[in-house]
Ligand binder design. Structure first.
Ligand code: SF4
Length: 364
């Protein structure tokens, strides 16, 4: 896998999805020597099961462990430090990681109890946990989700779990964006497998998961976060730490330079089930017939942005979406995705991203 590549897979089985992404990416060749110490860093911000939209599905981590152990990598660990106020050990237990560790023999490292040293992170001193700096290869497994302060949390921000609690507090006092970018200039992630199965639209702590049924792999956290922005209907400049990280040489924010490959198509996924009050309200403004989860989630993300801008009531027609509209002609209708190609106003794509949908609806 090259640094400008992103691989996308759709499905409902996290373990198989992760294994397939690792295989397609040639992860074993990226790591190289079987003696290298490999760390897997999920997002366990708090003790909340992945189904709530905040934490990484343990099945994704298990898929990678299976892949790596089958190929002779034995120096593996799972490392994480929950946010200030939550106990990592409790998150390991409740999110299924204790059980995963017992089953696979891969140890858990709680970075909240780890030692740390200060490093010069491109001009900003930051204390980083010893267990993270001792790794030879860091695999980041963030959740693609919204964040009430930074709007997006994904690959770049997930490394905050590898600094001590006192540094996490300081990150907030520094406004998050700058320290996140600078941390990534020192602590490099070598491979990213992002969990886009059911991330929360708005809150880091979850509670309102939106099923999208996808996972995304890449090597460049800036590029991957830029793409995650598109999936959530955000422009990359709405998340300042992305361009800041790019300016520090962490990666490339230009999606025009990315090669994005889908390993399968979203057809066959169960139809989307809207959850939560916000989603229900937005869903009442959509006409959906057998919409795939990823397509539906993208439209919900885009509608949420339009709602915040006061534009929702100015749409000329109710947006239609889903495989149930295939082959239908609508001389006045507004249709999202390839399935609605017969509509007067149609955005092609299968699925289109939330950003594309937002731009399309704004222009209408
Ligand atoms: S365009 Fe149709 S088939 Fe493609 S993701 Fe959307 S609903 Fe599914």
């Amino acid at each position: 896998m090259e640094r400008n590549e992103l691989l996308l897979v759709y499905g409902q089985d996290p373990k198989r999805m992760a294994y397939r992404l690792a295989d397609e990416a040639g992860l074993d060749q990226l790591i190289g020597d079987r003696q290298r110490r490999v760390g897997l860093k999920p997002n366990l911000v708090l003790a909340s099961p992945a189904e709530n939209g905040a934490t990484t599905h343990p099945g994704l981590v298990e898929g990678l462990i299976d892949y790596l152990q089958e190929r002779g990598f034995s120096k593996l660990c799972i490392l994480e430090g929950s946010w200030v106020g939550a106990r990592t050990r409790e998150a390991f237990r409740l999110c299924g990681y204790e059980e995963l560790s017992a089953r696979t023999g891969v140890p858990l490292v709680d970075t909240q109890t780890d030692g740390a040293r200060e490093y010069d992170c491109h001009g900003l001193p930051i204390r980083i946990c010893d267990s993270a700096m001792a790794l030879d290869f860091l695999i980041n497994l963030p959740v693609i989700k919204g964040h009430c302060q930074t709007y997006l949390t994904c690959a770049l921000k997930n490394l905050k779990g590898l600094v001590p609690n006192a540094e996490k507090r300081r990150f907030h006092s520094l406004g998050l964006h700058k320290p996140i970018a600078h941390l990534n200039a020192k602590l490099r992630q070598d491979f990213i497998l992002a969990d886009g199965i059911c991330g929360d639209l708005n809150f880091e702590e979850g509670g309102n998961p939106v099923p999208a049924g996808r996972a995304l792999a890449g090597r460049d956290p800036v590029l991957l976060d830029s793409y995650a922005c598109a999936l959530l209907g955000l422009a990359p400049d709405e998340v300042p730490y992305i361009s800041l990280a790019a300016s520090l040489g962490v990666g490339c924010a230009d999606l025009g330079k990315a090669t994005i490959q889908e390993l399968n198509r979203p057809q066959g996924l169960p139809t989307a089930k809207a959850q939560g009050r916000l989603v229900r309200r937005l869903a009442s403004r959509i006409c959906a017939k057998e919409a795939c989860s990823a397509c539906y989630a993208a439209l919900i993300h885009a509608m949420e942005k339009l709602d915040a801008e006061g534009l929702l009531d100015r749409l000329p027609e109710t947006p239609c979406i889903g495989q149930g509209f295939r082959g239908q002609q609508s001389p006045k209708g507004l249709g999202i995705g390839r399935c609605c190609a017969g509509f007067a106003h149609n955005l092609p794509g299968c699925p289109p991203t939330a950003r594309q949908i937002r731009d399309f609806l704004q222009n209408l």
